[in-house]
Design a protein around this ligand. Structure first.
Ligand code: PDD
Length: 278
């Protein structure tokens, strides 16, 4: 197994992390998860553009070009002989004695690894649908940045699992934002509803693809925040993410209680997504 460390692909056994990495002290870093289908990175350009955006928003100087990152990711996938799975890449603000104040001279630290994912397992779940736990969004106000600070997300995910749900759906003062690691879509009267790409959500790459596919299928789309109780009147619901693709929700528990069937629009988008990725 090989991993990525700065601009080198090294054996995982030789990789070490620094105690004084600001990623450990402050969660001062960003990341991306890129899907690999048939040994090829999917929408790598979009993910790397978002990584660069996250870096800019945090005044973090990446000091590496998109082309170099692309080459490194391709090499890592090849060396690990990964056919289906994901690449995780992370960039922290670098190593320095613990101090809240960062200096712009520090060298960011890039690390990355690959992980296998079971396409089979995912597709079975996509046919059955999942349960979602509706709970408070306790995160900060820059959810548009793909930061490695994920406490609000991991707390919500644990809470969901404790209630036998596979994902947490978050609301801020009663308005639905997104999932703990996904974006939420509702369908009502043939129209798709999802939160707009503001500072309150991560603008998912899968979300953007689904919006594009929905447009080409001529579905009506509304990118507006909606109150959580609207879920009770929805015809269909699904979440999107790099790892889950288009995943139907068949049950909401917690802050909203309702059951749903997997509907025709969700199925059409699932089909369209499978075509798009091949
Ligand atoms: N999570 N919203 C949040 C909070 C997320 O963490 C993610 C992705 C998404 C969906 O984004 P995308 O479609 O670009 O994957 C939305 C990744 C997969 C993760 O942390 O594992």
């Amino acid at each position: 197994k090989y991993v990525l460390h700065n601009e080198h692909i090294i054996s995982a056994d030789d990789a070490k992390v620094e105690m004084n990495d600001r990623g450990y002290h402050f969660g001062d870093g960003i990341y991306e998860v890129i899907r690999i289908y048939n040994s090829k990175p999917f929408t790598m350009d979009e993910h790397l553009n978002r990584l660069i955006e996250s870096a800019n928003k945090l005044d973090l100087n990446l000091q590496i070009t998109k082309e170099t990152l692309e080459n490194l990711i391709n090499k890592l996938v090849e060396k690990n002989e990964l056919t289906d799975g994901m690449v995780y890449i992370q960039m922290t603000r670098g190593v320095s004695p613990r101090n809240h104040l960062y200096h712009r001279t520090e060298n960011p630290i890039l690390s990355g690894f690959t992980q296998k994912l079971s396409t089979q397992e995912n597709q079975t779940k996509q046919k059955q649908g999942i349960s979602a736990w509706v709970t408070d969004d306790i995160r900060w106000l820059r959810c548009d940045i793909k930061s490695i600070n994920l406490l609000g997300n991991v707390i919500a995910k644990r809470e969901a699992a404790d209630h036998h749900c596979q994902e947490a759906i978050l609301h801020r003062d009663g308005m639905i934002t997104e999932g703990s690691s996904s974006n939420l879509f509702l369908v009502k009267d043939q129209t798709l509803y999802t939160h707009p790409a503001t500072n309150l959500i991560l603008n998912g790459i899968t979300r953007q693809i689904v919006l594009k596919l929905a447009k080409s299928l001529q579905f009506e789309m509304v990118e507006e925040a909606f109150p959580k109780d609207v879920i009770e009147h929805a015809d269909e619901a699904f979440i999107t993410s790099t790892t889950m693709e288009v995943m139907p929700i068949i049950e909401f528990k917690g802050g909203v209680k309702t059951s749903l069937k997997i509907g025709p629009i969700t199925e059409k988008l699932q089909d369209a997504f499978q075509h798009y990725k091949n």
